[in-house]
Design a protein around this ligand. Structure first.
Ligand code: AMP
Ligand code: MG
Length: 392
């Protein structure tokens, strides 16, 4: 049975794992950028950890510098990394930023407000108790929330975790994905092309799509058009992943390897009302979705963007891709009952179509930065018409 794009998108999205289904893992904070916290992280320490100076200057008692200028003996010096010292009455201790405030001192006079003369210093400006003193726990207290559950970790969160001395963090597990491309004609780049052979580009395109959506590529494999080899390959990866993407072998010709292998296992293979990307497949094998795209490189890429990207982005905590309205720069025609995705490029004048309709035109697609969506019921639009465009 034929499906609309919206129906197939809903079914594919529902087949992909949920955040709860993915579970959580404990990872090194240094590799946690862009990961999503699975639980609240509370601070295991007070920050600041101890009472320390916010300035280079002189630690004093505020009462001793109430009337200025005043000359005072310099009892010593305390640097960052030193242990705290005691401040005798009527004296000062020279202090550096980050050094522990001496016991007995209650404020810091910045060095700019002083004149050092040998063993004494003249203080030219008074200060109140607490000035330039960083109290322990004034940033966050031990046991207080540092980063909440569900937070996508940016540099600021990682820095806060590191400051609290936290080395590992519990994050949502990423989606683990495998790619299997099919086709007897395909060889990897770097191999000289024999007669009838082409380079396998879908393996790289799909792996890049997975990475772009902050999922992990667990395996990238290629097989010839042999259903038994395909099934063996699929079974070898399926235990290790949350989803498998396949390319090729799903349409109506002979040697449709994916369709032949998976239809007997309950796979759905049929047409979705779209162009390019009409033939599609979806199989749940051992509980893992196997999402099958047609092999033409433009079809594969567009299928991935339309059917896989939304759910993968949501699982990665990325905002949904939004369409916007743009003005067509030229007339377009479109097949009845198929939602067409044209390759477009945004210009000051509107959106230009940059490729012919062939779904093999992958080099032309490299000129595109958006997909232009032409609704299924529309068979033609004039230049100047408004269309929805989706960023690639
Ligand atoms: P298929 O869907 O297997 O019938 O393939 C349709 C077209 O896409 C054929 O011209 C294939 O050679 C081409 N094709 C299939 N898979 C790939 C791939 N991984 N990389 C590049 N082209 C491909
Ligand atoms: Mg093929």
């Amino acid at each position: 049975m034929t499906r609309t794009v919206a129906e197939h998108l809903r079914i594919v999205s529902a087949a992909l794992p949920t955040a709860a289904g993915l579970g959580a893992e404990e990872i090194d904070v240094r590799s946690a950028l862009h990961r999503i916290t699975a639980s609240d992280v509370v601070s295991p320490v007070d920050l600041p950890v101890f009472r320390n100076s916010q300035m280079d200057g002189f630690a004093v008692r505020a009462a001793d510098v109430a009337s200025v200028p005043v000359r005072m003996p310099v009892y010593g010096i305390v640097a960052a990394g030193d242990a705290p010292r005691d401040l005798p009455d009527g004296t000062t201790i020279k202090i550096m930023t980050g050094a522990p405030v001496p016991n007995g001192a209650d404020c810091i006079v910045p060095v700019e407000d002083t004149v050092l003369g040998g063993a004494t210093v003249t203080i030219n400006r008074g200060r109140s108790a607490g000035d330039f003193v960083r109290e322990p726990g004034s940033d966050v207290r031990l046991g207080e929330l540092l980063v909440p559950a569900g937070q996508k970790l940016g540099i600021q969160h990682i820095a806060a975790l590191a400051a609290a001395g936290i080395r590992t963090v519990r994050v949502r597990r990423r989606v683990h994905a495998a790619v299997i491309t099919t086709g007897a004609e395909l060889v990897p780049a770097g191999t000289p092309l024999g007669p009838g052979q082409i380079f396998d580009s879908n393996s790289t395109a799909l792996a890049t799509g997975i990475l772009t959506n902050e999922a992990e590529v667990i395996a990238v494999k290629h097989c010839v058009d042999d259903p038994r080899q395909f099934l063996a390959m699929l079974r070898s990866v399926i235990k290790r992943v949350d989803v498998v993407f396949t390319s090729g072998g799903v349409s109506m010709g002979d040697f449709e390897v994916v369709r032949e292998a998976l239809t007997p296992l309950g796979g759905w293979f049929d047409h979705v009302g779209m162009q390019p990307g009409g033939p599609q497949g979806l199989t749940i094998l051992d509980g893992v979705p196997v999402i099958s795209f047609p092999g033409n490189p433009v079809s594969t890429l567009i299928s991935f963007q339309i059917f896989a990207r939304p759910a993968l982005r949501a699982l990665a905590g990325l905002p949904p891709v939004e369409s916007e309205t743009a003005t067509l720069c030229s007339d377009v025609v479109s097949p009845r009952d198929k939602r067409q995705y044209l390759r477009g490029r945004m210009t000051d004048a509107g959106v230009e179509v940059v490729s012919g309709p062939g779904s093999h035109l992958i080099a032309a697609m490299a000129r595109a930065d958006v997909l232009i969506e032409i609704p299924a019921e529309v068979t033609g639009l004039k230049a100047g018409s408004g269309v929805q465009v989706w960023p690639l």
